[in-house]
Design a protein. Structure first.
Length: 341
């Protein structure tokens, strides 16, 4: 399998979250070929209208290789040089899909079975696909989740707590602000107090962080704003409840409503002998799987530092190495599973 060409083919299909169908259809055709050649079973598992997960199993799976088909916006197509493949999704996570498929082909050709490929929608927004998959497990005992970790096995990943803040005001001419109430001022006051919330620290996962991601509001410079809104995200290293209490206190009495829209806990993960390790700050589908597809491991080629940026790329050597790493992990976990049974 030419996994460089496959990576580029996947990148050249726009699959920003909610629009995964073109890449899912393309992958379904490629996986169907692999299934026919090696007597597998391919399923399209519906997660939402026009949004399917793809599951390819070979016998009863003990190990499942999984990653996501969606990307963040804005979309841009692929390019390539001697060392890297560039484009939206090249490292997060279409190069990973290619590496997993190449690994699967290699394993099958050597006679290794009892594993699965599971590609899910919606990871970049709300883990919709992983949540749907968790409701329909297939007995897998180990889940290898692919995200860009520079081919290091992550010992843990931070969680996330996301809010929408909605401020209400009263319109007035800006020459007479006393006749109105500025929603923007209320929002800024709430954000000031939210930024002052103490952020926990963990000895393994490090520091919790806060990002004020978007701010919108108002109508014109000479109009007192009647509405304003913002989106914020905490990266969690422990329990979310203290931060929830802090947000509730920060908006109290300010004409601002805090709507929690996403909660994903921090996770601790396992290691395997012989693989280098790290800790990552980003959130993954692993909490949404909720153990339904087995004990989780997190590893993949590429750097998170270029994911979601205009410089997104994947190192070709890392991509090549990942094919071997995934194959080795499947063999090792199959052996471990056999020894325990």
């Amino acid at each position: 399998m030419d996994y460089y060409a496959l990576t580029r083919a996947l990148v050249d299909l726009d699959s920003t979250t909610g629009k995964e169908k073109p890449v899912v259809d393309y992958l379904a055709a490629r996986l169907s070929d692999l299934s026919r050649k090696h007597n597998g079973r391919l399923e399209r598992m519906n997660a939402a209208p026009e949004r399917d997960n793809l599951l390819l199993t070979f016998d009863e799976p003990v190990v499942t290789l999984s990653t996501h088909t969606d990307t963040v916006p804005p979309y841009f197509s692929s390019s390539e040089d001697n060392t890297h493949i560039r484009g939206r999704g090249s490292c997060d996570a279409k190069g990973i899909i290619a590496a997993m498929m190449a690994s699967a082909e290699s394993l099958l050709e050597e006679g290794t079975r009892k594993f699965a490929l599971l590609f899910v929608v919606g990871e970049e927004r709300d883990s919709l696909g992983a949540t749907a998959a968790a409701a329909s497990p297939r007995g897998s005992r180990f889940l290898i989740n692919g995200e860009p970790t520079e081919n290091k096995l992550a010992l843990g990943s931070k969680g996330a707590l996301r809010y929408e803040l909605l401020a209400q005001g009263k319109l007035a001419h800006s020459a007479y602000p006393e006749l109105g109430h500025s929603a923007i001022h209320s929002l800024l006051d709430a954000l000031r107090d939210i930024r002052a919330i103490p952020l926990p620290r963990d000895t393994v996962l490090g520091q919790s962080t806060l990002n004020v991601g978007t701010i919108h509001g108002g109508r014109a410079p000479n109009v007192v704003a009647d509405e304003a809104r913002a989106e914020i995200m905490f990266r969690l290293v422990g329990e979310a409840d203290p931060l929830r209490a802090g947000v509730a206190e920060a908006v109290r009495g300010k004409r601002v409503e805090a709507r929690e829209v996403f909660d994903c806990p921090a996770v601790r993960l396992g290691s395997l002998e012989g693989l280098p390790t790290s800790v990552v700050a980003f959130t993954t589908d692993i909490p949404a799987f909720n153990g339904a597809w087995g004990a989780p491991f997190l590893i993949g080629p590429g750097s998170i530092h270029v994911a979601h940026t205009s410089e997104e790329r994947i190192d070709k050597k890392e991509l090549r190495d990942a094919v071997g790493i995934y194959s080795r992990m499947v063999r090792q976990l199959l052996s471990t599973g056999a020894a325990r049974s």
